[in-house]
Design a protein around this ligand. Structure first.
Ligand code: FAD
Length: 304
């Protein structure tokens, strides 16, 4: 690390130029609802640029996403971004959801294709009367109103993309359709992200590409999910969590150290925006944001 870079870390203070966003999932029970709202309350003072709520194709999940987004609008000063997918709905149904969001004051949508109803890994077939891919959905949303539209990006390739040309062409299609930001799938190797960014910029894609950071709450589950979504688990990462299956406290400290190391290294590489997959928990994300120099905003600023 060069001296100037080393100092950059120490400059991360009250006036940090780092910007963060937080992702939540809609709760399934009253207990989960309570823990989500306590996480939201803990993280809100860090003044994220937006908070997003994930979306599932089933009817009840859809409802829960809408309810969570509405509650964020009604009860917080946060800017919510509603995730939306193409799966299981006609274009008319999706358009109606988009209009509903606009009516309640939402101005940011995370537009995704989504995974098949049968689950991650099953073969995807577009619904005949639906939006087929995320790029089509972005175009549809932009036709309805002037939303901010975020899309996905994959530093390790989407599992269905045959090669990098296919991957980058798809991202470019989404940008040409009107996407204003991309959020990446989580990853653990920053070199891979940097190589990906070189490909993205070389293709003339100039929207912000925000790294998705996953603080690891449960390593076993992370391994299972990563195998399905195409994120590699480096050997060094597995070694750090080895032997901690039953040691919750140490696991949490290690998870925080690992994610801090990752984000601070990304700062050294010039990254200033981060999207956190919070898993509806505040503790790890709050600690990592603190290390990034973020401090609770004064109360009058939060109320504004
Ligand atoms: P797309 O960008 O449409 O691409 C998917 C694949 O299809 C790629 O391999 C692409 O190359 C290929 N493709 C694109 N266009 C075409 C075409 N015209 N013909 C043939 N192939 C094509 N899932 C949820 O269900 N709910 C969520 O809330 C959610 N949130 C997410 C948030 C982020 C930040 C990320 C990274 C992922 C999220 N996902 C979510 C997962 C996502 O839905 C899956 O990864 C899904 O498999 C792909 O969605 P996408 O928007 O990336 O698809």
């Amino acid at each position: 690390m060069q001296t100037a870079d080393k100092f950059r870390r120490f400059e991360l203070g009250a006036d940090s130029d780092v910007s963060v966003s937080f992702e939540f999932f809609p709760p399934k029970s009253e207990k989960m609802e309570a823990s989500l709202w306590s996480a939201v309350q803990r993280l809100e003072p860090l003044a994220p640029s937006f908070v997003s709520v994930t979306y599932g194709a089933g009817g009840s999940t859809r409802e829960r996403t809408h309810r969570t987004v509405k509650r964020l609008v009604d009860e917080t000063g946060l800017a919510p971004a509603a995730h939306l997918t193409c799966v299981g709905s006609s274009r008319d149904e999706v358009d109606a959801i988009v209009r509903d969001y606009h009516d309640i004051g939402v101005r940011h949508i995370v537009a995704l294709r989504g995974d098949p109803l049968e689950g991650l890994g099953a073969r995807y077939t577009p619904q005949p009367d639906g939006y087929a891919y995320a790029s089509d959905l972005v175009e549809g949303i932009r036709r309805i109103a002037d939303f901010e539209v975020s899309v996905s990006a994959y530093p390790e390739l989407h599992p269905e993309s045959a090669d990098w040309t296919v991957e980058i062409d798809n991202l470019k299609r989404k940008v040409d359709a009107g996407a204003t930001r991309a959020i990446t799938q989580y990853f653990f190797e920053n070199d891979m992200f940097e190589t990906f960014m070189e490909k993205v910029r070389a293709a003339g894609i100039d929207i912000p590409i925000v790294p998705g950071i996953l603080p690891i709450v449960n390593f076993e589950q992370t391994m299972v999910f990563s195998a399905k979504c195409g994120t590699s688990i480096p050997h060094w990462l597995a070694r750090r969590f080895a032997g901690l299956d039953k040691d919750v406290e140490t696991r949490k400290l290690v998870a925080s150290a690992v994610a801090c190391e990752q984000v601070l290294d990304l700062v050294d590489r010039g990254v200033s925006d981060f999207h956190f997959y919070t898993m509806n928990r505040a503790d790890l994300t709050y600690a990592i944001c603190h290390m990034l120099g973020l401090r609770p905003a004064p109360e009058e600023k939060q109320a504004a």
